[in-house]
Design a protein around this ligand. Structure first.
Ligand SMILES: *Cc1c(COP(=O)(O)O)cnc(C)c1O
Length: 223
């Protein structure tokens, strides 16, 4: 199946999940995760009307997106992968949303980059809901302090993000992320939830996801 046809299928499943969850389709942002896929695989999805894309490496996004953006200036680029502090300025210059703010050192690097560039990119704080260190994410116990630091540094927060453990049922982790957002958001409904991937985005929509990150269901398996 080509990726434009896959997009139609994913859109149908999103619409169905929204109907069941009694949510509006506009409440759910589909981020097409194009990491590892070359420009000629991304173009058909752009031509089909998709405008939100996710990449997990700064360098790869710098190689692929500046030329695509000349053709499609309304593209919104999301950084979904772990970010090293020494890449913070490059990330802030290129991306529209960063989903992986997870520690004070990165927060400081981003704040410095924002001041220098005069541009304040929206961030999700990534939470380590499964308590598995290797995927990054802020420990739940450290979340209140990180949120306070973000406010002090004027890092605009869009909400919380998670990647549940691959070998476990994701729903409890999605529900937990929703609870954490409720507890910490500045006012009810202010924050979004970045959660759900190819294998579980419908479950995530049922549990309040506002940003789903879908790769292989659109582009096929990564090589
Ligand atoms: C790769 C990736 C995705 C997409 O995963 P699929 O299973 O291919 O949909 C989503 N989120 C993050 C953080 C990723 O790294």
């Amino acid at each position: 199946m080509d990726s434009a046809a896959a997009l139609t299928q994913v859109e149908e499943r999103i619409a169905r999940a929204c109907t069941i969850a009694k949510r509006e389709r506009e409440e759910v942002n589909l981020i097409a995760v194009s990491k590892t896929h070359p420009v000629d695989r991304i173009e058909p999805v752009l031509e089909a009307g998709q405008r939100l894309f996710g990449e997990n490496r700064v360098q790869e996004a710098q190689d692929k997106w500046p030329t695509l953006r000349e053709q499609y200036p309304d593209v919104e680029l999301h950084l979904i992968g772990q970010l090293q502090s020494n890449k913070a300025e490059d990330a802030a210059a290129l991306f529209d949303v960063i989903h992986s703010l997870d520690r004070p050192s990165l927060l400081k690097a981003l704040a410095k980059a924002y001041d220098k560039l005069g541009r304040r990119v929206l961030c999700f704080i990534q939470v380590d809901v499964g308590e598995e260190d290797q995927k990054g994410g802020c420990a739940i116990a450290d979340l209140p302090a990180l949120i306070d630091q973000a406010r002090e540094a004027e890092i605009p927060l869009l909400g919380l993000m998670c990647i549940p453990p691959a070998d476990k049922e994701p729903a409890p982790f999605f529900a937990l992320l929703g609870e954490l957002a409720k507890r910490h958001e500045p006012k009810p409904g202010a924050w979004g939830l970045s959660m759900g991937m190819s294998s579980d985005y419908e479950t995530a929509i049922m549990l309040g996801a506002t940003h789903i990150r879908v790769g292989s269901a659109l582009f096929g398996e990564r090589g």
